[in-house]
Design a protein. Structure first.
Length: 224
C-alpha cells in the first residue's frame, strides 16, 4: 500500500465539536450615546462624594441597576439581546430575566481576574467607555483537561489556544454562557474603563426545567 499524502480518497475534514459562543453586536449610533449618557449620569449620582478610583483599583456598583427607571433603555436592549441568544440556541422555554446588573469602573492599571458567574444561564457586558489599551475581554478554555499536556506550538490557532481575546467598542453588547471563564487585562490606557455587566436566568427554573430528563414510565432509562 502506498503511504504518503495522497492515500485518502477525498480532502480530510476537521469536525469542530461542541462550539462555545460569544454573541456580540453594537448598538446603532443614534441609540447608544443616549444610553451611555444615562449610565454615566447614574454613576455620578451613585459615586457622589467619592474620589475617583486610584491607580490599579476598580469599583463596582450594586447589582440592581436593571431596576432603575433611568436605565430602562439599556434594559430593553439587553432583553432583546437575550431573546436573540435564545433564538440562536433554539431554547424552547423563553421566560428569562435579568438577575443582576452592575457597573464596573476600572481605573488605569486595574484588571479583573478570571472568573465565571454561577447559578445563571447567560451573562453579558455592555461597554460604556473603552479605549485603546482598555478595549478587550479574554475568554478562557473551560476544559481543565487541556492543561495536562501543553506542547509548544509554532502558531496559535483556534485548535491549540487556551484563550480568545475579543475586542470591544463603546456601545457594544456581548452575551455568553454564564459558566464560561473570562477576565479583563490591566487597563493600559490613561482613562477609566466603564462597563455594565449582567446575568440572566430562567424565571421559573425549578417548575419548568428542574424535572428529570428521563420518562418516569420507563424505569430502565433511570437505571432502576
Amino acid at each position: 500500500m502506498a503511504v504518503g499524502n495522497e492515500f485518502w480518497s477525498e480532502a480530510p475534514e476537521v469536525v469542530r465539536l461542541f462550539p462555545t459562543f460569544v454573541w456580540k453586536c453594537r448598538l446603532r449610533p443614534d441609540v447608544y450615546p443616549t444610553i451611555n449618557a444615562a449610565i454615566l449620569n447614574q454613576l455620578s449620582v451613585m459615586r457622589r462624594g467619592l474620589p475617583p478610583p486610584k491607580w490599579e483599583t476598580a469599583w463596582q456598583s450594586g447589582a440592581g441597576l436593571h431596576k432603575l427607571e433611568e436605565l430602562r433603555d439599556l434594559v430593553s436592549c439587553v432583553d432583546t439581546a437575550l431573546e436573540r441568544v435564545l433564538d440562536l440556541l433554539r431554547v424552547g422555554h423563553r421566560t428569562i430575566q435579568i438577575t443582576g446588573c452592575w457597573a464596573n469602573v476600572n481605573a488605569p492599571g486595574a484588571s479583573h481576574k478570571m472568573h465565571a458567574h454561577p447559578n445563571n444561564f447567560l451573562s453579558g457586558v455592555y461597554y460604556v467607555q473603552v479605549q485603546d489599551g482598555a478595549d478587550t475581554i479574554n475568554f478562557h478554555d473551560p476544559r481543565p483537561e487541556t492543561g495536562i499536556i501543553r506542547p509548544p506550538v509554532t502558531e496559535l490557532t483556534a485548535y491549540n489556544t487556551d484563550q480568545v481575546v475579543v475586542t470591544v467598542q463603546d456601545g457594544m453588547l456581548i452575551v455568553f454562557p454564564a459558566w464560561l471563564p473570562h477576565s479583563v487585562d490591566s487597563n493600559r490606557s490613561g482613562q477609566t474603563r466603564i462597563s455594565v455587566s449582567f446575568n440572566a436566568m430562567f424565571s421559573s427554573f425549578a417548575e419548568t426545567m428542574g424535572q428529570p430528563l428521563w420518562d418516569g414510565s420507563d424505569l430502565s432509562a433511570a437505571g432502576l
